[in-house]
Design a protein around this ligand. Structure first.
Ligand code: SF4
Length: 551
């Protein structure tokens, strides 16, 4: 064994490599991005297995499924909302008899540090009836990858690894293996195990249900689901999962002192789905009240009500013992344990007033010039009509910052690709000028289909594609297609040549570009305006590459 300092994301990537993974796929999304970044770097250096960024999470999941079908181990990575995009292959893959181990790593973002929602991936794993692992630290994240692949192959099911932002983005010393396990040989799955035609799918669904009992037994015997009973304490027991365990342990010194002679309550740490029901029942027999400390939505709390109905009083997020929204932290858990607040460095003094620092586009960002043109066009169109007759629906990327001052250029940001569909809907509802603003990467991720709909119905919308030649927001991953191919894609869908405008997003062209937007907005059909200019970071990276090539 050797020691390395790794991010949680990197520990997972290295864990997968050391477990003999053959194919790695993903779509960037904070806080999961660094997993595939690590694997892609290794692949490009010739030191790791095939690792590819994909157009979206669905195509990534399907590519991983193909590796598994071929008998080899695969990892697919995404953020929590990415699993919504991959939900179709994810749910159906539970019915396939997984061949090579398949691990889907999903990074949840409680507190929404860089996300539009707090959804909890455990609900998805439960819905699909597949196992889920939840590490508490970087070491476990590394080790659990090999265990997840083994479980996936043993039960022929995909396994989900759920992590959260604090684990993904913090570093720790991790003891890692010296040598990777060798990759599985090529060995295709059987067609009847992978063709979900109704007659076969019904049989496979029955097999999935049959696996639940043995999986439940495995969960209750897995050493990472750890039960500690204190026979002399009958009033309270504590259940932790994920980082909830760390916050509980951080308070243990003071808590032990406050417990006095009766000692610490019995505890159960839950690291898996299916839940270790047998251990939960033993814990419930040991005490009247259960305190549930879990990061994310009150998933465990809800499940407990089915496993031990009415038996115990349950404290947690439903009754307000812990906050329902946002991340847990040592202070919220401290309060739930009945401990007084830690002494603050402020010592009772009011917190100093700090100026707000909302995120901004980089100075000189091309999106600023594109939005300046759009704002000008929108104000002129509304002025001409004498009333509000414009809608500007936007999407997810750096350009979402066009929503805030001073630009205040967009009116909706919902999910990847929603801008085009929402603009089309608003046009169908009666707004005369509907704009959908989307980045080049987001367009390829899930905007193409929205454009197909608009072209099919000939709905008058103006789609604005902000082509900055990179996936900027998640750390500058390469875009899937160069600008020239983007134009071909738009034309191939059926947008008329004369209503596809490709213009430069430059400060000196704000007025000229606004006029083009106005003209296209007046066209009673689908028009697409592509604003082209590289992201400043893309320019820097390109120059660095060129210097290496020429140097
Ligand atoms: S990273 Fe690039 S796209 Fe994002 S705000 Fe900065 S310049 Fe603009």
């Amino acid at each position: 064994m050797k020691e390395m300092v790794l991010l949680g994301d990197e520990a997972i990537a290295l864990g997968a490599m050391h477990a003999g993974v053959s194919g790695c796929f993903g779509y960037p999304g904070t806080p999961s991005t660094e997993i595939l970044e690590y694997l892609v770097d290794a692949f490009e250096r010739g030191e790791g297995p095939a690792a590819r960024w994909c157009a979206n999470e669905k195509t990534a999941y399907e590519s991983a499924l193909g590796v598994s079908f071929a008998g080899r181990r695969a990892i697919v990575t995404m953020k929590h909302v990415g699993l919504n995009v991959a939900a179709d292959p994810f749910m159906n893959s539970a019915l396939c008899q997984i061949k090579g181990g398949l691990v889907c790593v999903v990074a949840d973002d409680p507190s929404m540090h860089s996300s539009q929602g707090e959804q909890d991936t455990r609900f998805y794993a439960d819905f699909a009836m597949v196992p889920l692992f939840e590490p508490v630290n970087q070491q476990e994240a590394y080790e659990m990858m090999a265990e997840a692949f083994e479980l996936s192959e043993r039960f022929a099911v995909p396994v989900v690894m759920r992590i959260v932002t604090r684990l993904a983005h913090s570093r720790a010393v991790v003891r890692v293996a010296e040598k990777p396990r060798s990759q599985n040989p090529l060995d295709k799955g059987l067609p009847q195990d992978w063709m979900l035609l109704p007659a076969l799918a019904r049989k496979n669904y029955a097999k999935l249900i049959d696996k639940q009992g043995p999986l439940g037994e495995w969960a209750s015997s897995w050493s990472r689901n750890e039960l500690v009973i204190n026979e002399s304490r009958k009033d309270l027991a504590v259940i932790t999962s994920g980082l909830g365990r760390n916050y509980f342990r951080e308070n243990l010194g003071d808590y032990r002192a406050s417990c006095g002679a009766k000692g610490l309550p019995s505890t159960l740490h839950v690291a898996s789905l299916p839940l270790p029901s047998e251990l939960i029942r033993k814990l419930a027999d040991s005490a009247e009240t259960l305190l549930v400390i879990e990061e994310g939505m009150p998933f465990l709390e809800k499940q407990l009500r089915g496993i031990i109905p009415g038996k115990n009083r349950i404290l947690g997020k439903y009754d307000g013992t812990l906050p329902r929204a946002g991340e847990l932290n040592p202070d919220t858990v401290r309060k739930a344990l009945g401990l007084p607040p830690n002494k603050s460095v402020l010592d009772g003094a009011p917190a100093p007033e700090l100026p707000a620092r909302p995120p901004q586009l980089c100075k000189g960002c091309p999106h600023h010039d594109s939005y300046s043109s759009l704002n000008l066009a929108v104000s002129r169109l509304n002025e001409k009509e004498g009333r509000v007759s414009t809608v500007v629906a936007a999407d997810i990327g750096c350009y979402a910052l066009g929503a805030v001052a001073p630009l205040k250029a967009v009116e909706s940001i919902v999910c990847m690709g929603a801008s085009i569909g929402m603009a089309r809907g608003a046009a169908e509802a009666g707004y005369k000028y509907a704009f959908g603003v989307i980045g080049d990467s987001t367009f390829l991720h899930s905007g193409l289909t929205g454009l197909v709909d608009a072209v099919s119905s000939k709905t008058p919308v103006t789609v604005i594609i902000l082509d900055n030649s990179i996936v900027a927001m998640t750390g500058c991953q390469p875009t899937m297609l160069p600008s020239s191919q983007l134009e071909q894609a738009v034309l191939g869908i059926g947008v008329e040549r004369e209503h596809l405008k490709v213009i430069e997003a430059l400060p000196g062209k704000v007025e000229e570009n606004a006029r083009i937007l106005q003209e296209e907005a007046e066209y009673p059909g689908v028009s697409v305006v592509i604003f082209v200019r590289e992201c400043l970071e893309a320019v820097r990276l390109r120059k660095k590459r060129e210097a290496v090539t020429h140097g």
